[in-house]
Design a protein around this ligand. Structure first.
Ligand code: FES
Ligand SMILES: [Fe+2]
Length: 455
């Protein structure tokens, strides 16, 4: 079924749209995908104190994640073992719950559980004639939980591979960025009239920049490579002319387009910062870029401009207590611009920041999803902003002009894929391998939908 090799992903391929529009496929995901994969369910910073909890909702399942000790968290199916009431359902954010408790009391008949998931109160337990004496019968059902990069991941499959093994090689390639030291800058969510994959894939390739964000072409080129890394995938900036490769950085921190890299670097940074909702760069980087014209002589070559810019931004951050991680140029190049972490997480990373996305089904309709995006950044200790999940309409005012442009495609792509005149997908063999790799991996779980070579 999945005969495609990594090399084959560089060939012209097509894949079916059932994964996006079929109610049967969406129903099958609830059995074959979501209960089997590690999923990003939150960040550790959301549950800093013992007793802090969040829930993560996926399909018909709700997972309760609790801090049980300074260095330990546990996860449970969020259901009371008595007669099945959802245990915790205080709303908070994108249809999840959060708060702090020392005991979880079921709202139906009052069965009570401690943070370790043990049942500590059953009313009239003697009526069961000893049948509830085995604590495992009345305890909450545990779910696998682990963390990487400050993210909490859960997996409902008791026999799953460890999180680290699941995330490799992405985890090792991205470890130098020390995401665990970043904190939320903002976090927002919205409902889209499209499949969760339609939404996520809009952030998996820069091939759409020319068509969707044409204003950005004034400041930079967005030709990109893409590559599979097992379950996951990466993209990075590239040159159409192979002889120019390596002259321009593959990462988000790069000189923009134009004769004077001192000016273009600032213009690109400023454009991104102001139109991508103060994300995918930082105020420090923008300010240091603004000074380039004063600090460097005219005619300074692009690589020297970038070097100076990053050094002065690093010094500015150090002065306010934000110490940059050490990332070698080789590590930076390998990490590229942005990652897809299978199945539903996207990360666009920089030295001190990341812009991230998550998409999930919303109800059973394959044409609806919950879409969440958030920026994380390194802050001086004690100066992290207090954030919470905010519902935000899909407007430029709430999300910035660039993300609003992306959002404008969501429902239209979903509709178009249903057209009887659509001959099938034609993903770009160089720039959209993250997408074809995604469908190759989905097919491994779903048993259907693998990309095939175009005839
Ligand atoms: S369903 Fe929870 S106590 Fe009855
Ligand atoms: Fe975009």
């Amino acid at each position: 079924m999945n005969a495609l090799t990594d090399q084959d992903l560089g060939e012209p391929l097509t894949y079916k749209v059932d994964a996006f529009i079929s109610p049967g496929y969406a129903a099958a995901e609830k059995e074959q995908l979501w209960p089997k994969v590690w999923q990003h369910a939150g960040r550790l910073e959301e549950i800093p104190e013992i007793g802090n909890f969040i829930t993560y909702e996926i399909g018909d399942d709700s997972i309760l994640i609790v801090r049980t000790a300074a260095d330990a968290i546990k996860a449970y199916h969020n259901v009371c073992p008595h007669r099945g009431r959802r245990l915790v359902d205080t709303p908070c954010g994108a249809n999840n719950a959060c708060g702090r408790k020392i005991r979880f009391v079921c709202g139906f008949h009052g069965w009570t559980f401690d943070l370790e998931g043990r049942n500590v109160h059953v009313l009239d337990k003697q009526d069961w004639k000893g049948a509830l004496d085995d604590p495992s019968r009345t305890a909450l059902a545990e779910v696998k939980v682990d963390n990487w990069g400050g993210w909490i991941f859960i997996n409902m499959d008791p026999g799953c591979v460890p999180l680290r093994a699941y995330l490799e090689p992405a985890a090792s390639i991205l470890d130098p960025f020390e995401f665990q030291k970043m904190r939320y800058k903002w976090r927002q969510w919205v409902i889209f009239d499209c499949n969760w994959k339609t939404a996520l894939e809009a952030f998996m390739e820069p091939y759409h920049v020319a068509g969707t964000h044409s204003q950005l072409l004034e400041h930079g080129d967005y030709y990109a490579y893409s590559a599979p890394y097992g379950l996951h995938g990466v993209s990075g900036f590239d040159q159409r002319d192979p002889s120019l490769r390596m002259k321009q950085s593959s990462t988000i921190t790069r000189a923009g387009k134009g004769a004077d890299p001192r000016v273009s670097t600032y213009n690109l940074q400023n454009e991104i910062y102001t139109t991508v909702n103060n994300a995918s760069t930082t105020e420090t980087l923008v300010r240091a870029a603004k000074r380039l014209v004063d600090e460097l002589p005219e005619g300074t070559p692009a690589d020297a401009v970038i070097k100076h810019w990053l050094a002065s931004a690093r010094a500015d951050d150090a002065a306010r207590g934000v110490i940059w991680p050490t990332i070698t140029p080789e590590q930076m190049a390998q990490a590229g611009l942005a990652w897809h972490v299978f199945p539903n997480m996207a990360i666009l990373q920089g030295v001190t920041f990341a812009l991230c996305y998550r998409a999930r089904p919303y109800g059973d309709d394959p044409g609806k999803c919950i879409f969440e995006s958030y920026a994380i950044e390194r802050f001086p200790e004690g100066q992290e902003p207090k954030t919470e999940w905010v519902y935000a309409e899909a407007t430029a005012e709430k999300w910035g002009a660039v993300l609003a442009q992306d959002f404008g495609n969501m429902g239209a792509v979903q509709k178009g894929m249903k057209s009887r005149g659509f001959r099938g997908t034609l993903p770009n063999p160089h720039q959209e391998q993250k997408i074809t790799n995604f469908h190759r991996n989905l097919a491994r779980y779903m048993g259907t939908g693998a990309p095939r070579k175009l005839d």
